[in-house]
Ligand binder design. Sequence first.
Ligand SMILES: C[S@@+](CC[C@H](N)C(=O)[O-])C[C@H]1O[C@@H](n2cnc3c(N)ncnc32)[C@H](O)[C@@H]1O
Length: 380
Amino acid sequence: MGRSEDGRLLLLEAPLALFPGEVVEAKVIWKARHGEGRVTRWITRDPQRTQAACPVAATCGGCELWEAGSHATELKRQMAADLLRRQLGADTPWTWLPAPGSARRHRIQLHWDGAALGYFQRHSHVLVPVSTCPAAADPLSEAIPRLQEALAGRALPTRAGRWELSTGTPAQTVWATDERGRTWQLEPDGWHPSTQPIRHLLGTTTLLHEPGAFFQVSPPWAAEAFGGLLRSWDLKGETLYDLYGGVGLFSMLLGDRFKHRVLVESGEAAVAWARRNLESAGLPSECLVADVAAWVPEGLGVPGDVILLDPPRAGLESALCDRLATAGATSLVLVGCDGAAFCRDVKRLGAVWNLNQLAVLDLFPLTSHVECVALMTRRP
Ligand SMILES: C[S@@+](CC[C@H](N)C(=O)[O-])C[C@H]1O[C@@H](n2cnc3c(N)ncnc32)[C@H](O)[C@@H]1O
C-alpha cells in the first residue's frame, strides 16, 4: 500500500516487497478512490535491502522477501501488526512467532511448458525457468534438474502442465506428482512409479499422506509452532472437533490432551489417511468425509469440548459462524492463512466468542504470508 506524489492511495504489486519509505515508479490504473498498479522501477531503496540469495528472486515473484535478508522477520511482524491494528483494534494483544532460519518448503509446484521447467510469475502464466530453489529443502531443490532432465528426455509424461515435488520429514526421498495425480519417486537411477505414502516424523508424532495432497508447507516448523502454541494455551478437554482436519495434524499434535476426537474433512483420501494416522497413534476418533458448513449442527459440543477450525484461505462461511454461535463447547480455536479473512471471522464470531489469545506464526518464510491463530472462549 502506498501514496502517490499527490497523496492518493495506491495498491501496488511488485515481485519483491516494498519497504516502508521506499520510492518507486509504477504503472497505475486509477479507480474512483484509489489507484492500482505494478511497480516498474525502484527510485530509492531501503539501505537494509541485501543481495537476494535466489538467482530469480526479482522475476519469479514466489518469495517477495528475499532482499529483506535478516530484516525480513521484522518487516513481516510490522505487516501483521498493521493488519491486526486496522482490523481488530490497537489494543488487541498478540504474539509473534518468527520462523527459524532452518525452515524450508517440503512442497513446491513447478510448471513444464514442453521445453522448460520453472515457476509461474505471480498472477501470470509467464514461466521463469529454475534449476534450483533455495526456499525448498535441499533434496527438493536438487531434484529440479533431475525432473527437467527426465521430462526433456521423455522418461516422464511430457504433456505441458503442473508438477508438484514433495518430500517427507526429515526431507530425504522426493516424489513428483503430475496433474493427473500420477506419482514417481526419485532414486539414484531416475524416477520410478510409486504408490508409497509420504511420511513425516514430527517429534513423537508420525503422519502419513499421499504425495500431491494438502500438507503444511514446512512441516517440522509448523508442527513445532502449532504444537508449542496450543500446549502453551493449555488446550485440553473431552472431545476435540478437528474441523477442516486434513490428514489429522492437529488431532495428532494435541494427542492425549483430549479423550476423543471428531475430525471432519471434505477430501476422501485425506480422511482415510487421518483414520490410519490416528489409529496407529492409538487415539480414539471418528473421521468423517463432509463439508464442514453442512455438517456442523446447532449446539455442537458440551462444556469441556474444543472446536478447532482450520479452513482454506477464504475462511468461514457466514452461516457457519451463525451456527457456531449456538455451540455448547467451551473453547474455539480458529486458524487462518489469510489475515483479512481470519480477522473478518474473528469479528463475526465475536458476539458470542471472546478473543482470549491471538498469535501470528511465520509459517511461510520469505513470503508476505502468515498463519493467524486465535483462542476464543464462550462469553458468559
Ligand atoms: C488449510 S487446510 C488444513 C488441513 C489440516 N488442518 C492441516 O493443518 O494439515 C484446509 C483443509 O480443509 C479441507 N476443506 C476445504 N473445504 C472444505 C469443506 N468445505 N469442508 C471440509 N473440509 C474442507 C481441505 O481439503 C484441506 O484439507
